[in-house]
Design a protein around this ligand. Structure first.
Ligand SMILES: Cc1cc2nc3c(=O)[nH]c(=O)nc-3n(C[C@H](O)[C@H](O)[C@H](O)COP(=O)(O)OP(=O)(O)OC[C@H]3O[C@@H](n4cnc5c(N)ncnc54)[C@H](O)[C@@H]3O)c2cc1C
Length: 305
């Protein structure tokens, strides 16, 4: 445990009313009251220690799994993307990586190290911190299958090293102490045949099946046991269904895209509509994979949009 805060670091006083649409892959979301993008762990510790305990704190990686409502966030957002891009080979099998590192970078570096399985990380367009929080997975691989230990920080800015056994892990679910991830040590295996061609082939398969290049959050719903959310949505005839600027992708039914000018309210209304239609037709209740945070926008008369 280490509570040291380095005073020599320049302190980030944060931005006020920062539009979250600039930080989410759906390109929607109202303003966050406070927005911090620390450049170092000591700076991050200092921000947490200085924030009044009653200020809610939200963590942000690359915003690729986040729907922020149009009224924005009352509280503080901490963006990890500015943290040092630490990625170190510890020994023959282990790699230590910081939370702000992009999963794609982790995948490519592990291929260079001839360590795997890690190429699947190339399919996750977020940070390592986000992948740890979500137990993100692609192409049969899952983040926590390879975690040996994690570095976390608590609300007071105190850093902890925790073994994997401190967390309960399931499909896209991670339960553990009320702390956030600063990094992880992954234990991998020697993979002589690992190459950039593996990553390229994975991305080509993905490109053929998913609407990449348009604002989305990837899969909106978790797959129900033994089935696929995309299959149920497609079978319900919902491909192309539109509310405002939000549309169920024609290419992959579990993707909702921002087809132009969507608000978070449009996306949320379409989520509700898809869920209700699938439940009515098949009796299956779809659970969200994306995380929804923030306040709905209020109209001038005080009502919700
Ligand atoms: C085109 C597309 C394809 C996708 N494909 C996949 C896929 O194949 N598999 C898959 O699993 N996901 C997929 N996703 C979803 C998304 O990329 C993953 O969930 C990813 O892990 C989110 O990472 P992020 O850094 O963007 O997190 P964010 O979206 O910024 O945050 C997601 C959640 O994690 C929390 N969080 C972020 N960083 C930390 C931290 N350091 N400590 C604690 N909590 C934190 C946030 O508070 C939030 O609750 C896809 C998304 C898109 C847009």
């Amino acid at each position: 445990m280490n509570a040291v805060v380095d005073d020599s670091q320049q302190f980030d006083s944060g931005l006020r009313d920062e539009p979250m649409r600039k930080h989410t892959s759906w390109r929607v979301g109202g303003p966050a009251d406070r927005f911090f993008k620390p450049r170092s762990v000591p700076e991050l510790q200092r921000i947490l220690a200085d924030l009044s305990p009653d200020v809610p704190v939200h963590w942000l990686g690359l915003g690729s799994n986040l729907l922020v409502r149009d009224g924005g966030i009352r509280g503080a957002v901490i963006a990890t993307a500015g943290l040092p891009k630490d990625l170190t080979r510890v020994d023959d099998q282990r790699v230590r990586v910081g939370a702000g590192v992009a999963c794609m970078l982790l995948a490519k570096q592990c291929v260079r190290f001839k360590l795997g399985p890690a190429a699947f990380f190339a399919g996750i367009p977020g940070t390592v911190g986000g992948a740890l929080a979500m137990n993100a997975g692609a192409f049969g691989g899952e983040t926590w299958n390879h975690v040996e230990s994690v570095l976390t920080v608590d609300r007071h800015g105190v850093v902890h090293t925790r073994p994997r056994t401190d967390f309960a892990i399931a499909y896209r679910t991670v339960r553990g102490p009320a702390e956030w991830f600063l990094g992880a040590t992954f234990r991998l295996e020697h993979e002589a045949e690992s190459s950039m061609a593996t990553i390229k082939a994975m991305l080509a398969r993905r490109n053929a099946a998913q609407p990449l290049g348009v604002p989305s959050c990837g899969s909106v719903f978790r797959n129900p046991a033994g089935d696929f959310a995309g299959r149920l949505i497609e079978q319900a005839g919902l491909k192309g269904r539109r509310i405002g600027g939000a549309m169920v992708s024609e290419k992959h039914a579990n993707f909702i895209i921002n087809a132009g000018g969507a608000t978070a309210a449009d996306i949320e209304a379409l989520i509700d509509d898809v869920r209700a239609t699938v439940e009515r037709q098949f009796g299956a209740r779809l659970e969200l994979e994306v995380r929804v945070i923030g306040e709905p926008e209020t109209t001038s008369s005080g009502g919700r949009r």
